[in-house]
Design a protein around this ligand. Structure first.
Ligand code: AMP
Length: 280
């Protein structure tokens, strides 16, 4: 695996490699890698000839400075894991490589409804930050395929829209959520859970399964109320629990024929977790 810290060197290398490599796959991450990230690398290296992974903790997508300060950094371990994975290239830039002109006056992207709801409502400007970094990384890597996790489903839809707005012909591949044995979605933030919170954190997935099981027997408002109560009783601060149309995240109060998704965001002991499942 090759490691690049400078975008110009990365671009030069990729321009040359593209002459022989049939396809370039890209897996952007913020590090503290776990099996969820590695599953994206595996998928990319199965589908593409060259797989680029990036690790960059993007400050512009953190609406809460405390969350940024506490974000886990395990770079040496990440590099070792990547070297054993199918990644061909690691891009590990510092902030000036990504934002040479500083963090003021960054571009604004028009995502409309998609950034007003759910994560967008609870994390102001978060998706603008995601788009700002993603557009820069895509510009540098110019991948044929971009691999992202369903765990951050709204982020996937935002990036899909970014690809449309910027008219890139990169194909977005949304990969399944990797889970711990008890159902908890793998996340870099899980390391911040203490032993007790870690046990209770599995309730997020359990409540999503409860929704899936009772989708056609319990009215949606009652499903929402029961899940909120379940989580509240176990010490969660619930931001949202919602069912939405999977293609555009229109929030629902009753079932529709289109594909539906249930999404949850809740904090336990100050650690905010998100999860979702497809319902049909
Ligand atoms: P992050 O490092 O949290 O920004 O995540 C980088 C990429 O890994 C994103 O596309 C995430 O959706 C994806 N990802 C994070 N957790 C998981 C998981 N448990 N399963 C699959 N993909 C994941």
């Amino acid at each position: 695996m090759l490691l690049f810290r400078q975008k110009e060197l990365l671009k030069t290398y990729l321009n040359q490699a593209r002459k022989t490599a049939k396809s370039v796959g890209f897996v952007p991450t913020m590090g503290a890698l776990h099996q969820g990230h590695l599953s994206l690398i595996e998928r990319s290296s199965a589908d593409c000839e060259l797989t680029v992974c990036s690790i960059f903790i993007n400050p512009t997508q953190f609406n809460d400075p405390a969350d940024l300060a506490k974000y886990p950094v395990t770079t040496e371990h990440d590099i070792m894991q990547l070297a054993e994975s199918g990644a061909d290239i690691l891009f590990l830039p510092d902030q000036t490589e990504i934002y040479p002109e500083g963090l003021d006056y960054l571009p604004y992207y028009e995502f409309g409804y998609l950034e007003e709801i759910l994560e967008g409502a609870y994390r102001p400007a978060h998706f603008q930050g995601v788009a700002q970094v993603m557009n820069r990384l895509l510009e540098m890597v110019q991948p044929d395929q971009l691999f992202m996790g369903q765990k951050d489903y709204q982020q996937c839809l935002i990036v899909k829209k970014l690809l449309e707005i910027t008219e890139r012909n990169t194909k977005l591949v949304i990969c399944p959520t990797e889970r711990e044995e008890d159902g908890l979605a793998m996340s870099s933030r899980n390391v911040r859970l203490n032993a007790d919170a870690r046990i209770r954190a599995t309730l997020l997935h359990q409540n999503l399964l409860f929704i899936k099981k009772n989708l056609h027997t319990i009215p949606f408002p009652e499903l929402y109320a029961r899940c909120r109560e379940n989580l509240f009783q176990e010490g969660f601060k619930v931001d949202y629990i919602a069912i939405a149309k999977a293609d555009d995240l229109q929030l629902l109060n009753e079932a529709v024929d289109d594909k539906m998704i249930a999404l949850v965001a809740a904090a336990i002991d100050e650690v905010r977790l998100i999860d979702n499942i497809m319902l049909n």
